[in-house]
Design a protein around this ligand. Sequence first.
Ligand SMILES: [Zn+2]
Length: 323
Amino acid sequence: MTKKIKLDLFELKKKKDLREIYKFFKFKTRKWFDINLKPKKEFFILKKCLFCKSSTSREVFAIDGFSYHKCKSCESIYTKPHMRDDLLNSLYNDGTYQTYQNKLVKKGKKIRESTLENRKFSQINKLLKTKKPLILDVGCGGGTFLNICKQKGWIVEGIDPSPQSSKEVMKNYDIKVHLGDFNRIKIKKKYDVISFWGVLEHMLDPISALKKAKKHLNKNGILAFEVPSSDCFMSRYLQKYNFSPTRYIESARHNIFFSRKLIDKLSSENKLQIELIETNGLDIQTILFKEFDDLITEKIINIQDILNDVLLGDHYRVFLKKK
Ligand SMILES: [Zn+2]
């Protein structure tokens, strides 16, 4: 198994940036709610569970007007009512999200490149038999992950909806990026690896995306993704205590949280074999945030390490193999 990384949230992201972005989105989404913080009809729509189409759910927590429901059938958590598709698109299309995203990832760029992306690479590489694999990274952002794969000799391609990011990846790393939405774009090739790092939870239809990815995988190809977990320690904390975390929830941007039950169901229904599941959480540091004391960093990171050992960290990382 690839060695785990004990990650410090504040090495990765600046406290100040996390706070600012949280405040910005709270301000930006405020007009979607009435004076009593109830969702306005023109902005929201009732949808069934995106995964299993069940309409039976119960509210597990409410944050800044958004209500989060747990599906009775597949145990995923989703926003209910759901934002209308055009509203979600407008959030990404006006460029503000991109600006904030760039600011947030800037601080951690070094760790990302030197450690995190390398680990993802080696996790996938261990599962592959192909010599010069062809990879498609969906939502490739700044391209740091693809660049590592390229350096290791893989043939790499990305897809991203942002024209700015796509251009930069081409310019900085000479990597081909298809511009557009994965679910809409026409794909002609088959790949040995298709990855979605922190992407599915932002999509209007993540299940179609996973099914489409499977269709474009070669036999024994790897489908890899990282998504926020609905089973994690953080989710349990939020169900018990009233609290607005600066990450993990990301109101209006994260609308789906995956359960283990759902991952198992998805893989068996689509004949994908689970090769590896782990969690990479930052639950404790996110919860302690304001009161966080540098002196106890090590202990906190150790506690998180144990939470990850028992798969209770706030993000699932999943590797499936096409049979
Ligand atoms: Zn469901």
